[in-house]
Design a protein around this ligand. Structure first.
Ligand code: FAD
Length: 566
């Protein structure tokens, strides 16, 4: 069949990608896209940057790089694809192989016959069932009209304070965008740290310090109860279970769920995660119907489970695979390794694979490293810090994931690990990678390899690290131990942890002052990043100290209070 009738429901990422690929492979296919909204094939990921003001016109998110709007005319003339916007698909009749649609503006109904159908209906923002969620200036951010409405509110002159409910990807991106417009932002997150699905607590704490330093109020472990207005319906405050936060604007960003009602009504199988079940060819339980993007569930390649992974990166890849398979090629989408990156003020944030918390929940025995490092050689003026946390399977050294946060180049590190995860690499193999080095780009042993080497050293018993949270738990329990700071006196004077257990012995003097340390007590060493502390651990072991370790990441990764003398 070289001229099949293909109907695609959903016209943003997965749908148009499938259409474009199918067209390139099947010049004679009859391809129709049905899209409920007015915009087609837009870059939704750019919406926070439009709100921020970095992108001047929302049209830029809808145009090609050559400045041509991707509208129905574009699809007709350039792609030879019929794109019906403002058209809602209301029913799929699998037996008759037709889709019923209705034109949103005229109410006119139409029947579209298909040989192959693609469902790319995307996701829907999770609604919060609280009073006040429907007030004016309470927004969701899902499509360009939402971004335009937020932009209007920001420029109305009436919004001085905003509350973002939900500290996930969208909440964090919009926080930066609103703050850039001079708005005082508060974030309320129900779980105990920001980006809870993406980062472990100590990585999130590092980010929270940065966000707070930018004037954002961060309230984690707090649940919103209602939003209140003044007498004419304008938002005035958000009430949580712990406080009242004054605000003239609220963004609800508490997640995205797969939009599957149409598929469900047609009897197509829905998975446990709530997404449409597809095989590796992106075929649903009906072999003539494909599905892709935010409406499906996919395989988590690292964790081996089915998950909902609503990312544009995945939607586009899946669309391409669908286009191939519509044309009879056998392309596969194996799944996701869970890569996500974002910019939060001046920090780059990225993650791929499993966090430590996720790995433990899945039953892995894990080993981790926490590694602060300059992103290029320290003597280069452009060197910036990046904090990396790597997670591996303690039993076999298989790499499980990485998180990277900081002003430095974090995303490159995440992409290296995402590639390695895709091929099932071990930490030993990461240490062997031939990564590029010149002073402006990296360190001779890149932080990714360094993080892997630490895990290797831990697995072979050479290095004994304890995490900052383990140290904090010891402090909270009032356990006696020597907290050995092996930095220089100058470093100590500039910044230190205030605690009676701290003993300052710079590494260079450790051998001569070793008698000052008790042999019958636990010793936990640290320095700026804990490289010197690792050496201190080895020196002390060499001298017969048995209960000695270093604190992962040193004072740089210590997520709790430090004293700074500037
Ligand atoms: P959608 O983009 O949701 O499109 C589905 C379309 O289907 C919708 O337009 C809808 O109107 C239409 N539709 C639904 N039902 C019907 C029906 N019955 N009839 C007709 N039409 C219908 N991802 C990243 O990878 N990186 C990022 O940086 C990133 N940033 C983001 C920032 C924001 C603010 C948002 C909201 C998302 C971001 N994402 C990001 C996620 C990314 O935008 C989505 O994963 C992607 O758009 C999903 O594409 P999709 O085609 O599956 O679905």
């Amino acid at each position: 069949m070289d001229s099949p009738r293909i109907v695609i429901i959903g016209g943003v990422a997965a749908g148009p990608k499938a259409a474009a690929r199918a067209r390139r492979l099947m010049p004679r296919a009859d391809i129709t896209i049905v899209e409920r909204g007015r915009f087609l094939s837009y870059a939704g990921c750019g919406m926070p940057y439009f709100i921020e003001g970095k992108i001047k016109e929302v049209n830029e998110l809808i145009c090609t790089s050559a400045g041509v709007p991707r509208d129905s005319v574009f699809f007709e003339k350039v792609k030879n694809v019929k794109a019906l916007n403002r058209t809602l698909a209301t029913r799929i009749d699998r037996k008759a192989k037709v889709v019923e649609v209705v034109r949103v503006d005229s109410g006119e109904r139409e029947i579209l016959p298909y040989d192959k159908l693609v469902i790319a209906t995307g996701g829907l923002p999770v609604k919060l069932p609280i009073n006040g969620a429907d007030l004016k200036h309470v927004f969701y951010l899902n499509q360009p009209d939402d971004a335009l409405a937020i932009w209007d509110a920001v420029h109305s002159g009436n919004v001085k304070r905003a509350v973002i409910i939900g500290g996930g990807l969208i909440g964090m991106e919009v926080t930066g965008a609103l703050a850039a417009n001079g708005i005082e932002v508060s974030i309320v997150e129900m779980l105990d740290h920001l980006l809870p699905a993406a980062l472990d607590p100590e990585m999130a704490a590092f980010l929270t310090k940065h966000v707070s330093a930018k004037g954002v109020h961060v309230f984690t472990g707090e649940k919103v109860q209602r939003i209140e207005s003044d007498s004419v319906g304008n938002v005035r405050k958000v009430i949580t279970d712990q406080r009242e936060i004054p605000a003239e604007m609220v963004l609800l960003a508490v997640g995205v769920r797969p939009n599957v009602q149409l598929a469900k009504d047609a009897g197509i199988e829905i998975g446990q995660s709530g997404g449409i079940v597809v095989n590796e060819f992106m075929q649903t339980s009906d072999p003539d119907i494909y599905a892709g993007g935010d409406c499906v569930e996919v395989t988590d390649v690292v964790g081996g489970r089915k998950i909902h992974w609503p990312m544009g990166s995945a939607a586009n890849k899946q669309g391409r695979v669908i286009g191939d398979n519509l044309a009879g090629r056998r392309s596969v989408f194996r799944g996701t390794v869970g890569t996500g990156v974002l910019k939060v003020f001046d920090y780059n944030v990225g993650r791929t694979g499993l966090t430590e918390q996720q790995a433990r929940t899945l039953g892995y025995e894990v080993v981790t490293s926490l590694c602060p490092s300059p992103d290029c050689t320290h003597f280069m003026p452009e060197a910036r810090l990046v904090l990396v946390k790597m997670v591996a399977d303690a039993k076999n050294g298989r790499l499980l994931g990485i998180q990277a946060v900081g002003p430095g180049e974090a995303v490159k590190r995440v992409d290296v690990v995402a590639t390695a995860l895709h091929f099932g690499a071990t930490v030993d193999q990461i240490g062997e990678l031939d990564l590029g080095y010149a002073p402006p780009y990296a360190t001779a042993i890149d932080v990714v390899a360094h993080a892997a080497n630490i895990i290797q050293n831990k697995r072979t018993g050479l290095a004994r690290g304890v995490t900052p949270y383990e140290v904090k738990a010891k402090l909270d329990r009032g356990e006696p131990f020597v907290w050995l700071d092996v930095r220089t006196q100058r470093e100590y004077d500039e910044m230190r942890i205030e605690d009676s257990r701290i003993r300052l012995i710079p590494l260079g003097r450790l051998r001569e002052r070793i008698a000052e340390l008790p042999r019958d007590q636990e010793i936990i060493a640290f320095c700026k990043i804990s490289l010197r502390a690792y050496e201190a651990q080895r020196i002390l072991q060499e001298h017969g100290f048995e209960n000695v370790s270093f604190m992962d990441g040193g004072i740089t990764a210590w997520p709790f209070d430090v004293v700074r003398i500037t």
